[in-house]
Design a protein around this ligand. Structure first.
Ligand SMILES: [Zn+2]
Length: 282
């Protein structure tokens, strides 16, 4: 069982508020983890003056550190979280100006993918909290714009949105078509067990690696990614699953006969390699 791969498709590392890249990667690796897909954290978690580019550069640096110092393969995903827009609007910035800033951030993210320093654009999306309709419209425009940039760079996007079910998946698939991005290149982060094509409309679900979600998911299919959304924030220790969860959950499912080793290879190597255009080098 020792050579079973595990990819956490959405895990954060944060040496400012948490333990940082090397500690998180070591815990992940000791539990059998092999690859981490790491989106940058929002600018305000770095410092009040932190720019979008600085926040994105930091996650690329953290992924480099993990690749150099540990046996875990790390990949950076860069983008501007929807709350970045909300925060600026709340602070009094004009909506048009805030949208311009977000567009610039997404373009910088695309550049980092084109340079081969990051493998996807994310997390991007729209708020999970209520906002005014005119703000929501801007978020929706930015989502399509990020998908257009992803299509040009031939990379996926990772979506952060309100909790989504079939109706939202259908909407995301329509956005992807509008942007001429393949639906599967749109990865819904923090997804429930929406595995069947009629449930996810071709969008790739990145499943929360809880026992309940996973047991329901594997009964329906094996076309998904797994994640913890670990925040690496000491002030919010119970907010999410720990960094050991994906490898442990994967082994549990195999031991229970709910997943085969071939399934694990598909979920943790073949699907991410194809979506992100990377090699896991296991
Ligand atoms: Zn996240």
């Amino acid at each position: 069982m020792d050579n079973i791969p595990s990819t956490d498709n959405h895990i954060h590392v944060d040496p400012i508020n948490g333990e940082g890249p090397l500690d998180v990667a070591s815990k992940f690796h000791r539990s059998g983890g092999t690859s981490m897909i790491i989106p940058n954290k929002p600018t305000w978690t770095v410092s009040p003056e932190c720019s979008f580019v600085e926040a994105m550069e930091l996650v690329v640096k953290y992924a480099d550190e993990i690749n150099q110092e540990t046996d875990v393969k790390a990949f950076a995903v860069v983008g501007a979280h929807p709350a970045e827009l909300s925060r600026r609007v709340e602070a009094g910035m004009d909506l048009v100006q805030a949208e311009e800033l977000m567009r610039g951030a997404l373009e910088a993210a695309q550049n980092m993918v084109l340079e081969g320093r990051a493998v996807g654009i994310g997390e991007i999306g729209r708020p999970h909290y209520p906002v005014l309709p005119e703000e929501m419209e801007v978020h929706n425009h930015l989502m399509v714009y990020a998908m257009e940039l992803a299509r040009e760079a031939d990379c996926p996007v990772q979506l952060h949105t309100e909790s989504a079910s079939e109706e939202q998946y259908q909407e995301f698939a329509e956005m992807a078509r509008k942007a001429h991005l393949k639906e599967e290149k749109v990865i819904k982060h923090f997804s429930g067990p929406f595995i069947l094509p009629e449930e996810n409309h071709g969008i790739t679900p990145s499943l929360i690696a809880s026992g309940d979600v996973m047991r329901e998911a594997v009964r329906k299919g094996k076309n998904f990614l797994m994640e913890t959304d670990y925040l690496d924030d000491k002030t919010r220790p119970g907010a999410v699953m720990g960094p050991r969860t994906v490898p442990r959950r994967t082994r549990k499912l195999i031991n229970a006969g709910l997943l085969t080793e071939e399934d694990a290879y598909h979920i943790h190597v073949e699907i991410p390699e194809k979506l992100y255009n990377v090699e896991m080098d296991l």
